[in-house]
Design a binder for this molecule. Sequence first.
Ligand code: G6P
Length: 610
Amino acid sequence: MCGIVGYIGDEQAAPILLDGLSKLEYRGYDSAGLAVYDGEKIEIEKMPGRLRGLIDITHDGEKMPGTVGIGHTRWATHGDPTVENAHPQYNKDKTIAVVHNGIIENFQKIREFLEEKGYQFRSETDTECIAHLLDYYYEGDPLEAIVKTMYRLEGSYALCILFAKHPDQVFAVRKDSPMVIGRGKEGEGNFVASDVPAILKYTRQVYYIDNEEIAVLSRDSIQFFNLDMEPIQKELHTIDWDMNAAEKGGYEFFMMKEISEQPKVIRRTIEPHIKDNEVVFDELKMTDEELAKLERIHIAACGSAYHVGMIAKYVIEGMARVPVEVDLASEFRYRNPIYSENEIVLLISQSGETADTLAALKQAKEHGILTVAVVNAVGSSMTREADRTIYTVAGPEISVATTKAYSAQLVIMYLLAMKLARVKGTISTKEYLGYQHDLLQLPQQAEMVLNNQTRIQKFANRYIAAKDVFFIGRGIDYAIAVEGALKLKEISYIHAEAYAAGELKHGTISLIEKGTLVNAVVTQEDLYEKTISNIVEVRSRGAFVMAITNADHADMENTADYVIYIPKTNPYFTGSLAILPLQLFAYYVSAGKGFDVDHPRNLAKSVTVE
Ligand code: G6P
């Protein structure tokens, strides 16, 4: 989604801003722009399309001299991706330039107010009203104008602002949209970014600016203020992860790199949570007695993280007999959930910034329910808002379609289920140790599946031109089918639907025609026979069926048209292996069609608007 970079120092700003924006490209955007103070005035260049266009028209930034500037990649919300709607937005005489992530909910009202005062609008964006509002309130003190503007804005925003009359300062503020401030080494200037990778090449020292705080950056200082314009102290953090982890390392696309990293990620996620044959979750800060009292878990998440929640329901309820309710975060927050004592809300999110999940978190907190965030991005908003954070240690995930973070989230759910089952005594010690054993085998088994991808690649090549693909399964296999379908539609733009296999005959089976591809996930031993009969149903209507299975069941070869085998594991954990061929299938279809696999159209990695 939208990206922000800001710089003030002694170097030329534009090349630094363009470089920073290129590190945020993976988040998804459809236009880009820069504003640089050239010694006399603010120069602005912006255009729809890829960042490459902006790099070309500015000759790698050389055509925009100046050592203070702000940059933006925009993912259109209000108005199409046009030059007018791209950021930076500015006031009437271009003395104030603003870049904005987030959505201003009351922008229509503000726009009417400003139009009455004679302000003329040139874009359809909500951001333009911020530039004019700053202009309206500016009477010589930029900080005061910013604070007064913030009082008027409803919604979410991270803003980076230039005032031509204060060319030795860059201003940054945020509310419910992420932003970090980077402190350069002495003499190397200071930075603003909506996401750490944008500035990691220049500094590892960052401040996390909190809601409704203002940062004022000059070449050699960074000051923070609250809404009362009082100075505040902030803690400096050191980023200890490596940008190499975010480089492609020889792969054509990040997605393939990230798919391949999954065995390692699964291992890395399990390791810190098993000590002396016991599952541990120190970060929950709960005693076994407290955990044993848990009576219900609410899970709220979006996209693939929601699909992890679907599997968590089967696993936690199955192992630990604790009821689990799973909701899309965008629904959860509006359905007025019923909470009781001894319950927790679990938020699952790769980015830790997804607006709906964050809102669900805040709402649960308002009800006094303990919130636990399962998050991949270190220092993200959810980690700061939640009562407890469990980190998945997948490392930076760049491809928009998630793979390794999804796998890490699944593992955390298995471990949680085991921990709860242990403290509640719903499984025997033998079963508990059996689960641990099976879990520890998963990385190696995942490697086996990934080492054997030629068959799935060949199969994907045959279906590049498919129009509709159906995915079916029962129980955990159904949840995997849903994720498999999402992967395919996200990156190949093929219509893909997942159905609980038993539900097909209640409508969807009418869509099956000769040659329709149906991908069946068949890993739950007690459901083999049932799913096999559903495969027979669709094949007899002309479907071509690929089965992903761990069954050494002669019926499978005789029933499906094409079989992909995965190793056997505990039925609770099969999702971690069954998803791999489906990720590969989606990848090869997308790459085969010549698409930009990592940057699917219309999608964003981190969805910071509701
Ligand atoms: C976007 C991404 C999905 C992701 C979802 C939730 O839609 O494209 O891949 O699953 O957001 O993101 P989160 O960061 O909260 O896991």
